[in-house]
Design a protein around this ligand. Structure first.
Ligand SMILES: *[C@@H]1O[C@H](CO)[C@@H](O)[C@H](O)[C@H]1NC(C)=O
Ligand SMILES: *[C@@H]1O[C@H](CO)[C@@H](O)[C@H](O)[C@H]1NC(C)=O
Ligand SMILES: *[C@@H]1O[C@H](CO)[C@@H](O)[C@H](O)[C@H]1NC(C)=O
Ligand SMILES: *[C@@H]1O[C@H](CO)[C@@H](O)[C@H](O)[C@H]1NC(C)=O
Ligand SMILES: *[C@@H]1O[C@H](CO)[C@@H](O)[C@H](O)[C@H]1NC(C)=O
Length: 395
């Protein structure tokens, strides 16, 4: 575990275990089976679909969705405001966000600046707070993503999106404040041009970037946070201070889903584009062998791990640690996930059995907001809101 960045992360993790009084990891349960179709206490509902019309002016694209999700978005922002006020009493932090962050908007590329402005207009929320919400995902996303190939060469892509770490622990309810408020914002989006699907994604209403998406019959893509000393905070600070070389991660994934024309085109863009923050990209293609985990620093790809049947590597799986290093012992979701993938075997892998793997604690934990399953050849994306009632780990 290298670097002071990991050290502070470890420190905070220990602190949370002490404060929340939850189990001390590692804690794992037997691999789940028969969880699909989703049912029971870890399943909170299917995710509703909305269409985003790319033929509309960027400022108008989100108006309908946001007017339907206005209340939920407002209640999420209120939790963030409360947290900011608890952190820096007197409201100074949010004042800064409301007054100064809007100045950053003009530095963002199109169509993102217009879309964010449109979301602020439709929600009635201050522009600075909508921007903050869009920055958030660059830094607080811990997750599990995998691409697997079955015995016939078909590719499946699954992910749990775990979000809200450190963002307020509710001692009474044993829940994460922001995570709870995010669940009602989860939506499935169908981005269309000329009334035809260009790509689909599972998203949070109010966020214009992409964390999970599919370009039917071509590729599937998810992003996981990569913690590093030279991490997101520094890149974002530099951006605000005027050094604007990198691209926002969520904007890159959005551009790739919207405009890349093949697995190799997508891979090339994800490998080469300079970014504000390090990240893991998990990319699946449409034919045998096309699946990889790209480990990114801000400047370049440090490593690309690919599916390789000759090496018996029929799946690639990523949580939030470089695959060539040990995961943090307090946060090992990788070993249980791999154990369950291995138990499943290539012969039995399918969206249903991937759902089982993603339902096994601690791969499923209290930060898990949704599970998405994607089948590239059928162009199918399905997602489910998750919950993890006690006994369950905070992350
Ligand atoms: C979920 O489980 C309940 C009770 O076990 C059962 O009645 C119901 O049909 C199940 N629903 C689905 C969609 O499988
Ligand atoms: C805690 O849980 C209760 C019951 O589910 C709910 O009514 C309350 O709003 C929750 N509190 C917070 C702060 O989310
Ligand atoms: C995709 O390409 C079109 C045409 O070049 C461009 O107008 C649009 O802004 C691009 N989308 C993104 C998200 O970069
Ligand atoms: C797979 O993707 C390529 C582009 O990389 C495309 O030309 C081809 O039609 C796709 N195959 C299928 C079966 O959709
Ligand atoms: C899963 O299987 C792979 C390939 O056989 C092996 O390298 C790995 O150690 C296994 N992992 C676990 C956690 O069982």
């Amino acid at each position: 575990m290298g670097g002071p960045g990991c050290f502070s992360w470890l420190f905070v993790a220990v602190f949370i275990v002490v404060v929340t009084g939850q189990y001390v990891p590692p804690y794992t349960e037997d691999c789940r089976s028969g969880m699909y179709p989703p049912n029971g206490t870890t399943f909170k509902g299917e995710v509703a679909w909305y269409t985003i019309d790319l033929d509309l002016a960027p400022q108008k694209r989100w108006t309908q969705l946001i007017s339907e999700k206005k209340v939920e978005l407002g209640s999420m922002m209120q939790v963030i405001r409360d947290l900011a006020d608890a952190f820096v009493p007197s409201g100074k932090l949010i004042e800064l966000v409301d007054k100064d962050l809007p100045l950053v908007l003009d530095t963002l590329p199109s169509p993102f600046k217009e879309e964010i402005q449109g979301i602020a207009d439709a929600s009635g929320l201050p522009l600075g707070e909508v921007l903050l919400f869009n920055v958030f995902y660059e830094v607080f996303t811990v997750c599990t993503s995998l691409v697997a190939e079955d015995s016939t060469g078909k590719l499946y892509h699954g992910r749990n999106l775990d979000f809200g770490l450190f963002l307020g622990w509710d001692i009474k309810n044993k829940t994460w404040l922001v995570t709870e408020r995010l669940r009602p914002l989860v939506v499935n989006l169908d981005f269309q041009r000329n009334k035809k699907t260009v790509f689909k994604s599972t998203n949070f209403a109010g966020y214009v970037g992409m964390l999970t998406g599919i370009k039917p019959s071509l590729f599937t893509l998810t992003m996981n946070e990569r913690f590093s000393l030279d991490g997101g905070y520094i890149g974002i600070l530099e951006w605000i201070l005027g050094r604007r070389e990198g691209v926002w991660m969520g904007f890159l994934t959005r551009s790739v889903l919207e405009n890349a024309t093949s697995y190799s085109d997508a891979k090339n863009q994800l490998v080469k584009t300079k970014m504000l923050a390090p990240a893991y990209f998990i990319l699946g293609g449409n034919k045998s062998g096309e699946g990889c985990v790209i480990t990114r620093s801000r400047l370049t790809a440090l490593d690309i791990l690919e599916i390789d049947l000759k090496l018996d590597r029929w799946y690639v799986l990523e949580t939030n640690y470089d695959h060539w290093k040990e995961p943090l012992f307090l946060d090992d979701r990788r070993t249980p996930a791999k154990k369950c993938m291995n138990q499943t075997t290539q012969a039995k892998i399918s969206p249903a059995t991937i759902y089982d793997v993603l339902s096994t604690k601690p791969v499923l934990n209290k930060l898990t907001t949704y599970t998405t399953l994607m089948d590239v050849s059928q162009g199918k994306l399905e997602s489910y809101i998750r919950d993890c009632p006690d006994p369950c780990l905070p992350w």
